[in-house]
Design a protein around this ligand. Structure first.
Ligand SMILES: [Zn+2]
Length: 353
């Protein structure tokens, strides 16, 4: 059995109990703890060689999105030994069963424990891309709030906002079902009601449990209904500057929602009503603005900034092009932006207005 995790999590002792249990059950265990934030193709190749060297037959992913995505991509490489990760980029390029995969999230945000996506960074080009295919959905997800009580405030905040971004982007997209809309609504409500409580008091187990649930529901929603431009832009910033995924999403989300404009007012209004922000008497446009304001307030209350200063103007053109390509035709976004419109968003995010 291959346990895929990272040094931070293992160093905190979070995997200790599980490692002991596996060994005492008489199973052979080998551990790959080299996963970095924004996991790379090199991480995957290292994990893969451990998998083969130890004749493993299943994978346990233990950690945040990075460890889970690294484990999923490793599984894809086991299934397709002759195909590089780069060739599996996009949709439905794995098309083969991967080894049994059990996901144990230690953050409440990525939803990777239930999605078909693994996001990987090419070690050489720093290009960040998603591999999306059904065999990557873990067979089991174990949600244990105790594993998340020790999360630092900033990680609690940014991963939680990542989950919110999943729910919102899935809900406002053009490819929803009744079920994905309901999962997204439930996730948004849970996040509005619990994230700041989990942030203020990390030991609030009820809030932690609700956030794990929200993150899972948001994952269920977006694995079918996809994400949108917020993610496309965040991926380019993760690839280029290693900006943490959740942080990037949290900052970018209000900018993109505003840019979508009227087209999404009704949907933002509906989410706001469901989450209890206002009632049906509130005019649609007012409600939509209140919904975006709520996101900005949460960011402010949790010390998430309003801009990403690392963005270099000289890089914007290239990143906008990449984001444009990622989103169209992969994501059913409510409004199509041109690369030029995306460049404007990068500038706004850089300057904070
Ligand atoms: Zn995300």
């Amino acid at each position: 059995m291959l346990l895929v995790t990272d040094k931070g999590i293992r160093g905190l002792g979070l995997t200790k109990n599980l490692e002991e249990k596996i060994v005492s059950a008489g199973l052979e265990l080998c551990v790959y703890d080299g996963t970095v934030a924004n996991p790379t193709t090199q991480n995957v190749e290292e994990a893969l060689s451990l998998y083969h060297k130890n004749a493993c037959d299943c994978i346990v992913a233990f950690g945040g999105g990075s460890a889970m995505d690294c484990a999923k991509a490793t599984g894809a490489r086991v299934a397709k030994p002759k195909k590089s990760l780069n060739k599996m980029k996009g949709v439905l390029k794995v098309r083969k069963k991967i080894p049994l995969l059990i996901a144990i999230p230690t953050t409440a945000g990525t939803g990777s424990e239930t999605t078909l996506a693994a996001v990987i960074v090419d070690s050489e080009t720093r290009h960040k891309y998603a591999i999306n295919d059904f065999p990557l959905i873990p067979s089991y997800a174990l949600l244990d709030a105790n594993l998340t009580v020790g999360l630092p405030k900033s990680i609690t905040a940014t991963t939680g906002m990542d989950a919110l971004t999943h729910a919102v982007e899935a809900y406002i997209g053009r490819s929803t079902t009744k079920q994905t809309r309901q999962n997204a609504l439930d996730a948004v409500k849970l996040i509005f009601e619990n994230l700041e409580n989990a942030y203020v008091d990390g030991k609030n187990l009820a809030a932690r449990e609700n956030m794990l649930k929200a993150s899972y529901l948001a994952g269920l929603a977006f694995t079918q209904s996809y994400v949108g431009y917020v993610h496309a832009i965040a991926h380019s910033l993760g690839g280029k500057y290693n900006i943490a995924h959740g942080l990037a999403n949290a900052v970018i989300l209000p900018y993109v929602l505003k840019k979508y404009g009227k087209k999404i007012y009704k949907k933002l209004w509906k989410m706001g009503i469901f989450a209890g922000l206002f009632d049906k008497e509130t005019p649609v446009e007012v409600g939509a603005r209140l919904f975006i304001q709520k996101i900005e307030d949460m960011n402010a209350n949790m010390n998430i900034g309003t801009k990403i200063e690392e963005i270099k103007e000289a890089d914007i053109k290239e990143m906008a092009k990449i984001a444009e390509k990622e989103a169209n035709p992969l994501y059913p976004v409510p409004v199509l932006f041109t690369a030029e419109q995306l460049e404007e968003i990068y500038l706004e995010v850089k300057n904070g207005h």
